[in-house]
Design a protein around this ligand. Structure first.
Ligand code: SF4
Ligand code: SF4
Ligand code: FES
Length: 371
């Protein structure tokens, strides 16, 4: 029987001792899971090891940990696979990040993860009047929310979210993916209110920094970051919500800036985010940023030449052609990563669906629509 060494991060806040690593040798076949290895160590060597688990089949989401520094489910990771990523031949297992540790590998999901899920009103708000029989939802709409419905609330994405590390108030990837599950559902009566709330919250949809960590972390391919981008698209493009955090305008400024310059000209980005250098709203912000800009020049992170000169490169012209091509499409639509594209034919089902999506975006949609 092959032998594996599990190196577990031990910590008991009540003991007053600092966290420490402890190694446990286990003899199990390589296709058995890291969770089985931990349970074996607990049964045979130390009954005080703290680990949370239930289904052992990657369904309940309770065994989230970090294995060799990466978030994942202990029951979904084979020992032989974990060994390949191990340093010094020992499989390191530690509790998830961004959440307080209760004991050893058990983190307080209530204090962070579930609190944030509660924040996004994680249930359907019925449109009125409620039909006498069941709602019939178009197939395409269900496809649209399927990806976010695949979430098992394991918290792996929360564990590695870089924004949340800096801003613990950030609503976060799992909760925002859950929010899209209802914003994208045509039976929900309040998509505009939900989106306004999450746009206006300084820790809401515009607080994500696109680091892709949650996409890598998710064991169920929910791709939380993409759900956040879709919330932004619905908020900014469909509902035209201009948030007071300037998130939507800042996002639009990137598009405008790159279109104009061919590449991102960062010196203009701040002004672009406030409507351009001549916009009265931009002036106080630009003045406020002067000390930072000056420091950057003094430290040679920025040169006056680069600030003042705009690159008029060949790629700018080429890029404008791409912009024109994309913006020329009449009915671009995107459902999710599995279903996206553009159909040239007016009466195609895709075009009809896009129209339907647009119609369902209207806050004034007739009661009962989408049933
Ligand atoms: S992409 Fe956004 S939500 Fe996902 S981990 Fe990074 S900052 Fe967090
Ligand atoms: S989105 Fe993925 S990683 Fe995040 S809680 Fe849901 S299943 Fe886990
Ligand atoms: S024990 Fe249920 S997901 Fe691992």
């Amino acid at each position: 029987m092959p032998a594996f060494t599990l190196k577990l991060r031990r910590y008991d806040p009540e003991s007053g001792q600092a966290p420490f690593w402890q190694e446990f040798p286990v003899e199990l076949e390589g296709h058995r899971s890291v969770l089985e290895g931990i349970l074996e160590a607990r049964a045979a060597l130390d009954g005080s090891i703290g680990i949370r688990c239930s289904c052992r089949a990657a369904i309940c989401g309770s065994c989230g940990v970090r294995i060799n520094g990466e978030p994942g489910l202990a029951c979904k990771t084979h020992l032989e696979e974990a060994l390949r990523g191990a340093r010094d031949g020992a499989i390191e297992v530690e509790p998830m990040g961004n959440m307080p540790v209760i004991k050893d590998l058990i983190v307080d999901m209530d204090a962070v993860h579930w609190k944030k899920v509660q924040r996004v009103t994680p249930w359907l708000i019925n449109r009125e009047p409620i039909p006498e029989r069941e709602y019939i939802v178009p197939h395409e709409n269900m496809v649209d929310v399927t990806q976010s419905m695949a979430c098992i609330q394991c918290g792996a994405c929360v564990s590695d979210c870089l924004s949340m590390e800096i801003d613990p108030e950030f609503v976060g990837p799992a909760a925002l993916a859950k929010a899209y599950r209802f914003v994208g559902d045509p039976r929900d009566a309040e998509p505009r209110e939900r989106l306004t709330d999450l746009s206006e919250d300084p820790h809401g949809i515009y607080d994500c920094t696109h680091c892709f960590k949650c996409i890598d972390a998710c064991p169920k391919d929910v791709d939380p970051m993409n759900q956040i981008m879709r919330l932004r698209r619905r908020a900014g493009s469909d509902f035209e919500i201009e948030d007071s955090n300037n998130g939507h305008r800042h996002e639009a400024a990137f598009v405008k800036n790159i279109r104009r310059n061919g590449i991102l000209h960062e010196a203009d980005l701040l002004a672009d985010s406030y409507g351009g250098k001549l916009n009265p709203r931009a002036l106080p912000v630009l003045l406020k940023s002067l000390p930072t800009a000056l420091r950057a020049v003094l430290r040679r992170k920025m040169t006056p030449g680069k600030v003042l000169l705009h690159p008029h490169s060949r790629q700018a012209k080429e890029l404008r052609r791409v912009y024109d091509e994309v913006e020329g499409h009449e009915q671009p639509y995107q459902l999710n990563l599995y279903v996206e594209g553009h159909d040239e034919e007016e009466d195609s089902s895709a075009s009809a669906l896009a129209k339907e999506q647009k119609a369902s975006s209207s806050a004034e949609a007739a009661p009962g629509a989408g049933t």
